[in-house]
Design a protein around this ligand. Structure first.
Ligand SMILES: Nc1ncnc2c1ncn2[C@@H]1O[C@H](COP(=O)(O)OP(=O)(O)OP(=O)(O)O)[C@@H](O)[C@H]1O
Ligand SMILES: [Mg+2]
Length: 286
């Protein structure tokens, strides 16, 4: 079994343990006088998929950036495993953390002058010092996993947005992270390519990869998430199992948000379907 297979098999067989891999406790963060996170508590257990949903500007990306150590809160604690992220000081400590935490953004930021395969081997060989032959073998396995084996020699500019985003996901996986954060990875994509990226994320979740997803794809969040957090104005309004948040949210605010986000396809529970318009009214309605 090669290193990639071994890594993937640990994902498949690792049971979701009760210990939280990510733990945010009472996190407060301000930009100047603008308090953006007002006491955030989030827990992600190993092997879980957790979605953070909520209106624009509510602090979702800021939460993810705190988990990677890109932002440091003024108050509260952030743990990834046993590491206190909020107290990391040196660049070396932050780099060590980022090897463990993959981060995929809306902008894929692939190196345009490198082929797909070279984009995947760059960090493992340069940052972690992995042997190039092994890194190439692992990169090819990952390209299979994101269904892009046939594109290893292509340059990013020759790929669709959805394909580039799948390369970006494979690149994050190439570092063999303990968890991956996805920040609206489909929101810049052509609607036709959104599905292929979601399929790759769905596969990762099924494999037992610990994932934190910030997404506006509500149906997808409902389908893949173990836990869902709803944020508004820097607070967690409510959280719980996906079925409960989407099926029977306890907060009126969550309910309103979901109705608006899910649009036509949903109606509140117990609400009667709108009766069809009588013929003469229908003419005016059209
Ligand atoms: N680097 C920054 N400097 C100053 N203010 C910032 C910075 N980053 C974010 N903010 C502010 O923090 C608040 C939360 O931003 P954040 O990006 O976390 O929201 P979000 O929930 O991810 O929104 P969206 O759904 O639009 O991506 C916003 O008011 C934003 O303007
Ligand atoms: Mg955001």
């Amino acid at each position: 079994m090669n290193a990639t297979d071994a890594f993937l098999s640990t994902l498949v067989t690792a049971p979701a343990s009760n210990a939280a891999l990510v733990n945010l406790k009472n996190v407060h963060l301000s930009f100047g006088s603008n308090e953006v996170l007002k006491g955030i508590d989030v827990q992600v257990r190993r092997g879980e998929a957790v979605s953070i949903i909520g209106p624009s500007g509510s602090g979702k990306s800021t939460i993810l950036r705190c988990i990677t150590g890109l932002l440091r809160p003024q108050r509260g604690e952030i743990l990834v495993g046993a590491t206190r992220v909020d107290t990391l000081r040196t660049e070396a400590e932050l780099i060590a953390l980022r090897k463990r935490v993959g981060f995929v953004f809306q902008q894929y930021n692939l190196f345009p002058h490198l082929t797909v395969l070279e984009n995947l081997v760059l960090a493992p060989t340069r940052v972690v010092g992995r042997d190039r032959t092994a890194a190439l073998r692992e990169a090819r396995e990952l390209l299979k996993k994101v269904r892009l084996a046939h594109k290893e020699s292509a340059y990013p500019g020759e790929l669709s947005g959805g394909q580039q985003q799948r390369v970006a996901i494979a690149r994050a996986l190439a570092m063999q992270p303990e968890l991956i954060l996805f920040d609206e990875v489909t929101s810049a994509l052509d609607p036709e390519t959104v599905g292929e990226v979601l399929t790759v994320i769905r596969d990762l979740v099924k494999d037992g990869m610990t994932c934190v997803l910030v997404t506006h794809e509500m149906r997808f969040a409902e389908e893949v998430s173990d836990q869902v957090y709803f944020t508004e104005a820097g607070r967690i309004v409510e959280h719980g199992p996906a079925r409960q948040i989407f099926g029977n949210p306890s907060s009126e605010r969550t309910r309103e948000f979901l109705q608006r986000s899910l649009g036509e396809g949903t109606r509140p529970r117990n609400m009667q379907p709108t009766p069809p318009l009588p013929f003469n009214q229908l003419r005016f309605a059209l």
